[in-house]
Design a protein around this ligand. Sequence first.
Ligand code: ARG
Length: 452
Amino acid sequence: MSRFSEPQDPAFQALNASIGFDRRLWPHDVAQSRAHARMLAARGIIAAVDRDALLAGLDAVEAELAGGTFPFEPGDEDIHMAVERRLTEIAGPVGGRLHTARSRNDQVATDVAMFTREAAERAEARVEDLMRALLDAAERHLDWAMPGYTHLQRAQPVYLSHHLLAYVWMLARDRERLRFTAGQAARLPLGAGALAGVNFDTDRGMVAAELGFSGVAPNSIDAVSNRDFVLDYLAAAATCATHLSRLGAELVLWSSEEFGFVELPDAWSSGSSIMPQKKNPDAAELLRAKAPRIVGHLAALHGVMHALPLTYNKDMQEDKEHLFDAVDTLELALAAATGMVAGARFRRERLAAAASDELIAATDLADLLVRRGVPFRQCHGIVAGLVREAVDSGRRLSDFTEQELRAHSEHLDGEVADVLQQRSWLESKVSEGGTALPRVREQLSAARALVP
Ligand code: ARG
């Protein structure tokens, strides 16, 4: 019997069906169905023989899904209905007992929570791989000088190791966000039924334990309405991808002949179909471009969830494509970033030449005057005048005679020459978190401890 007298419009079926994408939830759907069947029997809600028949049937369904031989049918609206349909074909009418004390509402929330927890844990591991690749690169380039930039203008010299370590700290925060996400996805929705709980004295804790949840969602209404963990994943992924886009952007710039700071590994570069000399940083460019895609998924799901009345609404079926694409995109981006960092060949001379631009010691000259008692604002003006004269006359600061220096300030003397030694600009940055080598070493070992 059906409540309906007319068949569904094919366009409605196409709109309504999620089987095209939610089939990838099958491992979780089968796992939760097993746990559910065991619990139903343990509580005397179904007979032990029925449980055994359901478990055997689920094994057969799982084998078909894993082997790619599962016979999907046009009428399968989603993975939950497809599995139950096939189970009933294989096991007989007992298949109809599996949905006792369960609704697709708590079922889908459970599948998505399991998927999200696994994805967050996987991303965490890949973030750690990238952190390790960056740490290794930092160690290999510990004392390689390079210009640090603001506004993409040479600002102050730093060590390449210091610059690479900046990404490690970003990724450490990403990892924390992903961990938080995994924790948020670890409270079992199943057992909430459609929304109000079920008419049986189930054991939700037993199901939670079997499926690796840390506990049960305490409110059945919240349990079937909640997709916060998906938003949490998307937010964590969006921020992480944004970090990777900044790395990608730097690799694009640095691998250009104009910068010439790095050569990217062949395995992560491509040629041009017309210009034989070219080696294009496509992977780094795509790192740049993938971030807004994930941010788009986050914004889209906020749009779906906002103002949605409790509890389950079909709108929430839209969570999956955003989540799946974000997961696939982030994992690829992390793999690409790790491969590029691990194989990047930095060019010491080019970095050093750019870092030997004396003008980037301007702050250090100003600080020399500060140490001689001149207020910093005034020092800034004095050095600006000096820089201007150098730029206008096409000379280096170290070409200025002591007399010429004194014309700018009585406090400028022979020590200016010492300040203009490249090492000294770097090694004078002694503050905690600064670029002086002892500080970078300190930072490196602290960062290493994050990924033992
Ligand atoms: N395919 C649905 C989804 O992804 C499953 C839940 C359907 N529940 C319902 N009451 N129609 O959200």
